[in-house]
Write a protein that binds this ligand. Sequence first.
Ligand SMILES: Nc1ncnc2c1ncn2[C@@H]1O[C@H](COP(=O)(O)OP(=O)(O)OP(=O)(O)O)[C@@H](O)[C@H]1O
Ligand SMILES: O=C(O)c1ccc[n+]([C@@H]2O[C@H](COP(=O)([O-])O)[C@@H](O)[C@H]2O)c1
Length: 196
Amino acid sequence: METKLIQDATGKRKTGIYSGSFNPVHIGHLALANWLCEFTELDELWFLITPHNPLKAKGELMDDRLRYELVKKSIAGYPKFQASDFEFSLPQPTYTIHTLRALEKNYPDREFYFIMGADNWKYITRWVEYESIVSNYPIFIYPRKGFDVEIPAQYPHIKLVDAPLIEISSSFIRQAYEAGKDVRFFLPEAIRNLPF
Ligand SMILES: Nc1ncnc2c1ncn2[C@@H]1O[C@H](COP(=O)(O)OP(=O)(O)OP(=O)(O)O)[C@@H](O)[C@H]1O
Ligand SMILES: O=C(O)c1ccc[n+]([C@@H]2O[C@H](COP(=O)([O-])O)[C@@H](O)[C@H]2O)c1
């Protein structure tokens, strides 16, 4: 396992990396990200739209740019949020460790915190070079229903945060739309009337 020292990078902007498919972005995503920016040490949070999660089928995904534009519209006006298409130019499928290394290289003035749900934490050992991720980056794990979180003591830079649980998923929204349901209030106001 790598042993790079986790530094308290004073002076660097603490930037949360909230990555996912966002297919589409929903109010659960926004509320969690908002909470992280206001109730933790993060200065900012980037929504990093993943072109292709290596553990998910690409077929059911909306176009990358459309998912990015939907996030951009949804977060407009809140200064601590940014939408990022950083992964669009990386080799596909994108592996998180490669993304984090490329981010560090491109933004030396920032300290990146990886944001991860308790559901993803449970299966972290399936991720490429997961030891490097958990050893080298601060991580905030947020609770998800049905997933207990255990963090080995050797990772003091990994924290379970006390964020409220809002159990909405993009797949629920997609299925509801397909069934002809009107679930407009699950979507950020700015994108309610857009096609997806
Ligand atoms: N209700 C929620 N509250 C907070 N974060 C969430 C919620 N649902 C998903 N996330 C997190 O948001 C990021 C993007 O998730 P993703 O795009 O997979 O959303 P999802 O709603 O889980 O999608 P899907 O239902 O298509 O799997 C991931 O880190 C995921 O853990
Ligand atoms: O790097 C990996 O091996 C890896 C395996 C599974 C998921 N991820 C990343 O985890 C993030 C959350 O994915 P998702 O689709 O659940 O929102 C997204 O950025 C994926 O690329 C990364």
